[in-house]
Design a protein around this ligand. Structure first.
Ligand SMILES: Cc1cc2nc3c(=O)[nH]c(=O)nc-3n(C[C@H](O)[C@H](O)[C@H](O)COP(=O)(O)O)c2cc1C
Length: 216
């Protein structure tokens, strides 16, 4: 990745707003092939929770997704994950898979970490701190996109088993947690089109009082 592009993406993170200007994050930029290889071979287990809660977000056809306007298409997942009668079996049989299925070919990973011992003042569960990690993510995402660089967010890195291994490989101290990982790359072809849905404005806005749908 061109140093200039990477610097701009990191600069957008550096400038992100945070509660009390705590700047509660650090970023490990991983470009070393050996380290990327070691990370790629980490086995990622799939939790019971993930399979069951993932199912709640699925639509089973494009028509259904277009109607629901939230969630994602079930066709992205194995058949057993899409069938309520087979979810128990899917949970029982799910085997860990290596991360390289998700990060193959990535020249660069940005590992965004935060200090789990700190929190934004009086913020229950550090919700405010987590919101600012979202600001960091969004700033980098928008900057990368504006530079023509593709972004893939990887939540899988913050799962306990993967996080532990990644922290070991990269010498990240115990008290730091992985918020998320961004995989960056210049697209080699036009990105495959996928169905993108969002709710209509009246579904998420209320005028003056809750329940008065819309914003005017
Ligand atoms: C906090 C957060 C975590 C996400 N984690 C992942 C992820 O682990 N893997 C992935 O492919 N996309 C991930 N995404 C991307 C979302 O799945 C995507 O934004 C959403 O499905 C809407 O898709 P669209 O923006 O392409 O329409 C994440 C997005 C956010 C904001």
């Amino acid at each position: 990745m061109a140093r200039k592009d990477l610097a701009q993406i990191l600069e957008s993170a550096r400038c992100a707003p945070t509660p009390h200007n705590m700047q509660n994050f650090e970023i490990v930029v991983v470009s070393d092939k050996k380290l990327l290889g070691a990370i790629s071979s980490i086995e990622s287990p799939i939790s019971d929770e993930f399979i069951r809660e993932n199912y709640q977000q699925l639509s089973f056809s494009e028509e259904e997704l277009l109607k629901k306007k939230v969630g994602i298409l079930g066709t992205n997942f194995p058949p057993d994950w899409r069938d309520p009668a087979k979810l128990d079996k899917a949970v029982r049989e799910s085997a860990p898979s290596p991360l390289n299925q998700r990060i193959t070919g990535s020249p660069l990973l940005l590992i965004v970490i935060y200090d789990s011992r700190k929190r934004a003042p009086a913020s229950d569960g550090d919700v405010l701190g987590f919101i600012s990690l979202g600001c960091v993510m969004e700033n980098m995402w928008l900057m990368a996109q504006s530079l023509g660089i593709s972004v893939h967010i990887l939540s899988v890195f913050s799962g306990d088993a993967v996080e532990k291994e990644v922290k070991r490989i990269l010498n990240v101290p115990e008290y730091m947690k992985i918020a998320f990982v961004i995989r960056l790359g210049y697209p080699v072809s036009r990105p495959a089109k996928h169905l993108r849905v969002r709710r209509d404005m009246e579904m998420l806005t209320h005028h003056n009082r809750f329940g008065n749908k819309g914003f005017s």
